[in-house]
Design a protein around this ligand. Structure first.
Ligand code: IMP
Length: 444
């Protein structure tokens, strides 16, 4: 049976791509369950860089079933470009399956995303402008176009008309935009349907069959808990649920299908877009982390806001996801700091101290980080492959995190390469451990 969810425990960009890529080796199938091409994964393999936005990173492992689940919103043009780029680099994409129930990002969603942001002015969310929010809004309004609609011209046209009708007013400024021409749009999307047809499937059933055969399924989240539309820093969030619970809905399985929940966090914190970020730095350290960590968006190229590790937010993410394991990425970026700071509580506007993530937006917006100082290390840790190779201060830093979260650190990233990781003792006890004995089941 085993099902393992891998989720972001911060504001996204935690390095889930690398971790999923690494762990996908142990799984038989990888399923994306929410988000869209607002996400971006960078994977470095043998010095070659791969950037994926929609297709699960498991695609780089021959013979794996890779699923884009019903909870994902798909821009078909982006998906086709991604497929073509992979084919051009001789990657076998025949194992990709796309849920017939996933919703499609339409040209009007892109226009409305940008127009919505422009209208908000200084209150902008800083979306990726990929049409994600408007697409999920149509899904909830029951005006969405789904992947299966691409296979029926009459239904597709009817649904596009119905979806555009209530948007007439907001789309008026784009009246002349060629992407909104009904005939051209229908034809364009029908062509996408032909191109994707062989990958379209009942993926909920497929995932069930894989689990039922005793094979291992990895549920891959995008973004992170703090961007969750229900639990994150609303309204400065994405429009889906990146928390592990959403893996069930977005893949079409029940909660009992998930045995382990892996959270991924950087050794520090970043965020793109607007919204509260209590441990944010604005000094030289912020710039040092940004430069050293290459903290620029994979999707939009925007410089990321940077700060020390926020254990208040991370503890909240651990609870929301019931994390059973924590993977810490980019520990190497902190090498060279004499002292390292960690946010262990928040101070509110009137001096109140918070150990728990405040539920009230006003409190959170005024919260500042209370920092605990720990010794740093100067050694280059890129070649470390076990905890005993790490400098004592780096080990202490990881232990400090574990103690605060009461979640074991299982895997530690010490550089961009896929081999640059440390499996901890706790990691070796997980289902995904390289030392765990299991026979891969050929399913799907
Ligand atoms: P949207 O998902 O494009 O609507 O953007 C909403 C918010 O989520 C913005 O602050 C984005 O910067 C943020 N966001 C969306 N996707 C990602 C991601 O993959 N990493 C980090 N932030 C993201």
């Amino acid at each position: 049976m085993p099902g393992i969810a891998i989720v972001g425990a911060q504001w996204g960009d935690e390095g889930k791509g690398k971790i999923t890529d690494l762990l996908a080796e142990r799984g038989d199938a990888v399923v994306r369950f929410q988000g869209g091409n607002n996400a971006g994964h960078t994977i470095v393999r043998e010095g070659v860089e791969w950037k994926l936005h929609l297709i699960p990173s498991g695609i780089l492992h021959p013979g794996k079933t890779c699923v884009i689940g019903n909870g994902v919103v798909i821009d078909p043009k982006v998906l086709i470009d991604e497929l073509e780029a992979l084919r051009a680099r001789k990657v076998d994409v025949s194992g990709l399956r796309i849920s017939a129930n996933a919703h499609l990002i339409m040209p009007y969603h892109l226009l409305l995303d940008s127009a919505g942001e422009a209208k908000l002015g200084s209150l902008q969310i800083g979306t990726t402008r990929r049409g994600i929010g408007p697409c999920y809004a149509d899904k909830a309004a029951r005006l969405g176009i789904r992947v299966q609609d691409l296979l029926d011209e009459k239904i597709l046209k009817k649904k596009i008309v119905a979806a555009m009708e209530p948007k007439r007013l907001s789309l008026r400024p784009f009246e002349k935009d060629p992407s909104l021409d009904l005939k051209a749009m229908t034809e364009e999307y029908l062509t996408y349907g032909h191109q994707l047809e062989r990958h379209i499937a009942d993926t909920s059933k497929l995932v069930w069959e894989i689990l039922d055969a005793g094979a291992m399924v990895i549920f891959e989240g995008a973004q992170g808990a703090m961007l969750d539309i229900d639990h994150g820093t609303y309204p400065f969030v994405t429009s889906s649920n990146p928390v592990a619970g959403a893996a069930c809905i977005g893949a079409g399985v029940g909660p009992r299908a998930i045995d382990e929940v892996w959270g991924v966090s950087k050794a520090y914190t970043t965020r793109v877009g607007a919204g509260p970020f209590p441990s944010e730095l604005h000094d030289d350290v912020a710039e040092q982390i940004r430069t050293k960590g290459g903290e620029f968006g994979t999707t939009t190229g925007r410089p990321r806001r940077t700060g020390w590790l926020d254990l208040v937010a991370l503890r909240y993410a651990a609870r929301l996801n019931t994390l059973t394991a924590l993977s810490i990425t980019k520990l190497d970026v902190l090498s060279g700091f004499d002292r390292i700071q960690v946010c262990t509580s928040y101070k509110g506007a009137e001096g109140a101290e918070f150990d728990d993530f405040p539920y009230h937006q006003t409190v959170l917006h005024h919260a500042t980080a209370e920092l605990t100082e720990l010794p740093g290390w100067t050694e280059d840790i890129g070649e470390c492959r076990s905890m005993s190779d790490l400098p004592a201060a780096a080990v202490d830093y990881l232990r400090f995190i574990e103690e605060h979260l009461r979640v074991p650190v299982t895997l530690v990233g010490v550089g961009p390469g896929r081999e640059q990781v440390i499996w901890t003792e706790a990691g070796n006890e997980t289902l995904l451990s390289p030392s765990a004995s299991r026979r891969p089941v050929g399913a799907g």
